[in-house]
Design a binder for this molecule. Structure first.
Ligand SMILES: NC(=O)c1ccc[n+]([C@@H]2O[C@H](COP(=O)([O-])OP(=O)(O)OC[C@H]3O[C@@H](n4cnc5c(N)ncnc54)[C@H](OP(=O)(O)O)[C@@H]3O)[C@@H](O)[C@H]2O)c1
Length: 261
């Protein structure tokens, strides 16, 4: 089976580049990995469940895309860094990093356990910071890079029961701004995508909740759930050489959710 990419040349081509997307065996990460690979990048696919990861990788390879599997738990910083170092030794430097793995825990602030709060922040913010910093150091050596963090519209608006998640996502939006300033001299851009409500396994209970759907369709001007591909398209743009003058931004991809009162 061929693993050679179509490697489109011309505008928005990512031919010759390697991308790492954490949390990419399904959902937004998988759609983004596919889109980056379709633009010509070699893509490192990540997730904890080996079989899901292998199935996702097989599906992409069947489409002729150049995929490397990297099973690791992104909350384990030492394991993540060791895996990435091994892969860069084998395959060369990573130019595009999408920090996407995250977890959710819904509970009232009155009972939210501190241990759970710390666990959510450890994966959603600290681990993204640590792996991102490690990769940023490599990008500085090569004087080129694109870092994209997956934020959330819930970090731009208030919502009950998910403080740990939104605090971490707001931290990622801030990280994109801070790093954009610090890394600009090195030809590295850092941006956040803030997905609105995107239909994935992450929020399956909400998709099946009639009251939530009613609220969503009243609240979102486009009156629909987004698709993982909607985020992937924005990621491809931010990952491209053509987006070189765009940095430190949080791009909401949300069907108008954050623009409407
Ligand atoms: N869906 C939405 O409406 C929405 C809205 C705003 C923001 N987001 C953000 O978008 C990102 C992706 O969400 P999604 O909806 O695509 O989720 P999803 O469908 O549940 O997919 C999550 C992916 O991440 C992997 N993963 C989870 N924990 C991991 C860990 N510790 N280490 C490595 N991989 C891990 C999962 O595989 P394994 O379980 O096998 O590890 C899976 O591949 C997240 O950052 C989320 O916060 C989503």
């Amino acid at each position: 089976m061929s693993t050679s990419n179509p490697a489109p040349s011309g505008r928005f081509s990512l031919a010759g580049q390697t991308a790492l997307v954490t949390g990419s065996s399904r959902g937004i990460g998988l759609a983004s990995a596919r889109a980056l690979a379709e633009q010509g990048a070699k893509v490192i696919l990540n997730g904890r469940t080996r079989q899901t990861l292998a199935d996702a990788a097989a599906g992409l390879r069947q489409a002729g895309l150049d995929i490397i599997e990297a099973p690791f738990d992104a909350s384990n910083i030492d394991e993540s860094i060791a895996t990435v170092d091994r892969l860069t030794d084998e395959h060369g430097p990573i130019q595009i990093f999408m920090a996407n793995a995250a977890m959710q825990h819904r509970e009232s602030l009155l009972t939210f356990p501190q241990k759970k709060f710390e666990e959510v922040l450890a994966l959603n913010l600290t681990a993204q910071w640590a792996l991102g910093r490690h990769l940023a150091a490599q990008m500085v050596q090569h004087q080129y890079g694109r870092i994209i963090v997956t934020g959330s519209v819930t970090a731009l608006q208030g919502r009950s029961d998910i403080t740990a998640y939104t605090v971490a996502k707001a931290g990622l939006h801030a990280l994109a701004r801070q790093w954009a300033v610090e890394l600009s001299p090195h030809n590295i851009t850092v941006n956040a995508v803030a997905p609105g409500y995107i239909a994935t396994e992450f929020n399956e209970p909400l998709q099946n909740d009639d009251r939530f759907n009613q609220w969503l369709f009243d609240r979102v001007p486009q009156k629909k759930w987004g698709r993982p591909e909607d985020i992937a398209n924005a990621v491809c743009y931010l990952a491209s050489r053509e987006a070189s003058f765009v940095t430190g931004q949080t791009l909401a991809v949300d069907g108008g959710f954050t623009t409407a009162l």
